[in-house]
Design a protein around this ligand. Structure first.
Ligand SMILES: Nc1ncnc2c1ncn2[C@@H]1O[C@H](COP(=O)(O)OP(=O)(O)O)[C@@H](O)[C@H]1O
Ligand SMILES: [Mg+2]
Length: 217
């Protein structure tokens, strides 16, 4: 049997548990003998990592919204062409922390840039790749932000630029993630990420494993 390829994306607001799950889900799938690549956006390549620092640092950088969008897209072009597409062509389950859904939610609904422009950049420059499965970790913004700010206090990095935005921004982001989930209901699972982490991880692992099994049939 040839190895399974699938593109699974973890989406959700700040502190919803995406990065924790990137590790938790990937390890669980490796134990089930899938080839797994765990990666994240912005990032995933050295070029993307350089852009990540520019995009997420809370220290003095103040991008115009259009510039922020183009940097996000630039990082995604590098990531998809150099890392994600080759891995998918090679029998790998790619688990990715954020993808175009985050750009639609943050730069579209959050910043107010046109959705049609984001879709066009994605189709023309990124090549239109979409997740096979999106796991939306849905969390109340005040709860997620409190987790995220607590983590930033002890982190070695300074990635708090979006955490400084007001709750109304994060409410628009959350509503847009839920709108996207509704629109793509057949390839999205919504998980209640307000609960304690072990419950969230157990549900994500169970639902993704079930989805992978149903796909193989
Ligand atoms: N369900 C949860 N309950 C409590 N704390 C959580 C939960 N999920 C994540 N955390 C903690 O919140 C912080 C942010 O989690 P993280 O996985 O980095 O979220 P994200 O990548 O979505 O911003 C981390 O310190 C993490 O340990
Ligand atoms: Mg994260």
């Amino acid at each position: 049997m040839s190895a399974v390829s699938a593109f699974i994306v973890l989406e959700g607001g700040e502190g919803s548990g995406k990065t924790s799950l990137l590790g938790g889900l990937s390890n669980a799938l490796r134990q089930l003998h899938f080839n797994v690549l765990a990666t994240r956006e912005p990032g995933g390549t050295s070029e993307g990592l350089a852009l990540r620092k520019l995009l997420l640092s809370a220290d003095g950088l103040d991008w115009e919204h259009g510039a922020e969008l183009l940097l996000m897209v630039a990082a995604r072009v590098q990531h998809v062409k150099r890392i994600i597409e080759p891995a998918l062509a090679n029998g790998t389950v790619v688990v990715c922390d954020r993808f175009v859904g985050s750009t639609l939610a943050y730069q579209g609904a959050g910043r107010g840039l046109p959705v049609a422009l984001i879709e066009e950049l994605h189709d023309k420059l990124v090549g239109g790749l979409r997740p096979d499965l999106t796991v939306l970790l849905d969390v109340e913004p005040h709860l997620g932000l409190a987790r995220s700010v607590r983590r930033l206090e002890t982190a070695q990095h300074d990635e708090g630029r979006f955490e400084t935005l007001k709750t109304a921004f994060h409410e628009r982001v959350r509503a847009d993630f839920l709108r996207q989930a509704d629109k793509n209901a057949n390839r999205t699972v919504i998980v209640d990420a307000n609960r304690d982490y072990p419950f969230v991880q157990a549900e994500v692992v169970a639902r993704v494993t079930e989805w992978l099994a149903s796909r193989g049939r």
